[in-house]
Design a protein around this ligand. Structure first.
Ligand SMILES: [Cu+2]
Length: 418
């Protein structure tokens, strides 16, 4: 049932396809804005917010440039990340999704409770075979929940190449906390490489992007500190699993540029505030492969929701986000100071960065990355399902049936390359 092989066949983003994609990007010029102009708009503003009950979303290709080298990204309405969708609990939303790619596409509404036929995972959602090139699929479903969620392609490597966006659902009833303004902080990972190549390299050599494997010197140090028997037993367990304590990420900053709302660490994304305000930050890990450790030096974060669900508020200095998770936190800057939102990848190979500031002329220091952590055996626990229900083992768990007969979507994620 595992569909590990499908995405290779389905994606086929060959070099030639990229070249074709450039021509495709040119087609956007006909819409009034050249692709470079659109890219410039995106850089300044991040994704736009679409509100209401009726949405037209067009999946296409677009020239993007995150590293100095132009590449083709997968976009929605010319935007990477895709537009922020703002719904209202209790409404019925209609989303007409048109696929201008040359391959089948799909949009899966992550964490949204809906009828199976609307779930958007090809061959899993009832009767849904994906959206063929040139076709429009109309999703329509009642919005029965509130909170921070996201959506993404469930076809080929389109999520890795940019097809992901945020969903904010405003609640009918007041929430158990207040805030003055809110921002989406969408973290993601971009690679200039063709994801098909990244995948192929990992199939051949799973450590390809991991430069932090433990060395002989580490071994001698362990023996000195823990003694030979303890070290031996420890290593034996890792070796039996054919893993190591440094198996933090299969794909790292060696190929990835980590993005905050589509902005590179060099540019950074900026959110403005007024001193004394309570700011709700809606963190979403929309990456294909990356776990992030998130902190804002100088600010306590009060986590008020996880994966869209209210939780008993907890105040933290840092939290770890798995792929596809969302966390809502509230921060209250007391000074007219700029703060860095710092999201290091778990392997410390890079970071995503944003700034919260009362004044665009202020800058905040960017901290050094922390040392590479070693995993404990618990971190590699036999439960390979991450917090959001994403299967980290590459197996296919499709959907869960809810008590009322509705399907609670759980992503099948061939794009997680483990
Ligand atoms: Cu998902």
């Amino acid at each position: 049932m595992s569909s590990i092989n499908d995405p290779i066949k389905g994606a086929c983003l060959t070099r030639r396809r990229f070249v074709q994609g450039v021509a495709m990007g040119g087609a956007f010029a006909g819409l009034g804005l050249g692709s470079s102009a659109l890219a410039a708009v995106m850089k300044q503003q991040g994704p736009e917010t679409l509100r209401g009950t009726d949405f037209n979303l067009t999946i296409g290709e677009q020239v993007v440039n995150f590293t100095g080298a132009p590449r083709i990204g997968t976009t929605v309405n010319g935007s990477l990340p895709a537009p922020i969708l703002r719904w209202r609990e209790g409404d019925t939303v209609t989303l007409k999704v048109t696929n201008l790619l040359r391959e089948t596409s799909s949009i899966h509404w992550h964490g949204i409770i809906l009828p199976s036929a609307m779930d958007g995972v090809p061959d899993i959602a009832t009767g849904f075979k994906g959206i063929k090139p040139g076709e429009t699929f109309t999703y329509r479903f009642p919005v029965t929940q509130s909170g921070t969620y996201w959506y993404h392609s469930h076809s080929g490597f389109q999520e890795q190449t940019g097809l992901y966006g945020s969903i904010i659902i405003d609640p009918r009833e007041p929430e158990p906390f207040t805030y003055d303004r809110d921002y989406v902080v969408m973290l993601s990972d971009w690679t200039d490489e063709d994801p098909t190549n990244v995948y192929a390299k990992l199939k051949k050599l799973s450590h390809y992007y991991n430069f932090n494997e433990r060395t002989h010197a580490d071994l001698m140090k362990d023996i000195k500190e823990k003694g030979l028997t303890a070290t031996w037993n420890d290593r034996k367990m890792w070796n039996q699993m054919r893993m190591s304590q440094r198996d933090l990420s299969d794909v790292t900053g060696y190929t990835y540029t980590f993005l905050t709302n589509g902005q590179t660490p060099a540019e950074g994304w900026t959110g403005l505030f007024r001193k004394g305000e309570k700011i709700r930050l809606r963190f979403i890990n929309g990456s294909a492969m990356t776990f992030f450790d998130v902190r804002i030096p100088g600010l306590k974060m009060t986590v008020v929701a996880a994966d869209g669900q209210h939780i008993e508020p907890v105040s933290v200095d840092e939290f770890r986000m798995g792929v596809a998770e969302t966390y809502d936190v509230i921060v209250e800057p007391k000074d007219d100071t700029a703060y860095t939102i710092f999201a290091q990848d778990i392997a410390r190979s890079g970071y995503a960065r944003g700034t919260l500031t009362p004044d665009l002329s202020l800058t905040a220091t960017i901290p050094e990355m922390d040392p590479v952590p070693n995993l404990g055996h618990d971190d590699m626990g036999m439960n390979m399902m991450n917090h959001a229900g994403h299967d980290m083992s590459g197996m296919d768990h499709s959907q869960h049936q809810m008590p009322d007969g509705k399907m609670m979507p759980v992503c099948r994620r061939p794009e997680i390359w483990i």
